[in-house]
Design a protein around this ligand. Structure first.
Ligand code: FES
Ligand code: FES
Length: 156
């Protein structure tokens, strides 16, 4: 099967039932996508599949055939994506383990809804677990990106 990961075309001829997370981490060594629970509960393994934030531990290789995968490494080459910048300015991470997944989830939210309400943010982010409790700063960072987007739009 074929797939595209962070813009590069790849071929895979292994077990079609293997989770995408295994492929990303163990076969092509993109270890920014984290293994947390392995059961779809924590969100640490979140990546974009054709633009939607999905849990890579719950996606079989077969299910992502011919699809475009973006991992945290592919969000931007220089960590310059607005969400990454906002995370940095708000000092969001503590241990950092969950944050790749949080950023990917937030980036997908803002891509689809550039001005999310508090309820939209809560709804989108509530299943991405942070054991360090950075939820308040995550929300502030998402709002900062939304405000930045509004500022750019206002200047147009
Ligand atoms: S590792 Fe995939 S949801 Fe926890
Ligand atoms: S920053 Fe430690 S788990 Fe979220």
């Amino acid at each position: 099967m074929n797939l595209k990961v962070n813009g590069a075309r790849r071929q895979f001829d292994g077990d079609p039932e293997m989770p995408l997370l295994w492929y990303l981490r163990d076969e092509i060594h993109l270890t920014g996508t984290k293994y947390g629970c392995g059961q779809g509960f924590c969100g640490a393994c979140t990546v974009h599949v054709n633009g939607s934030a999905l849990r890579s531990c719950q996606q079989s290789m077969e299910s992502v055939a011919d699809k475009e995968i973006i991992t945290i490494e592919g969000l931007s080459e220089t960590a310059s994506h607005p969400v990454q910048q906002a995370w940095k300015h708000a000092n969001v991470p503590q241990c950092g383990y969950c944050q790749g997944g949080q950023i990917m989830r937030a980036a997908a939210l803002l891509q689809k809804n550039p001005h999310p309400s508090d309820a939209d943010i809560d709804s989108a982010m509530k299943f991405n677990i942070c054991r360090c409790g950075t939820y308040q700063r995550i929300r502030e960072a998402i709002k900062a990106v939304a405000a930045g987007a509004q500022a750019v739009e206002a200047k147009k």
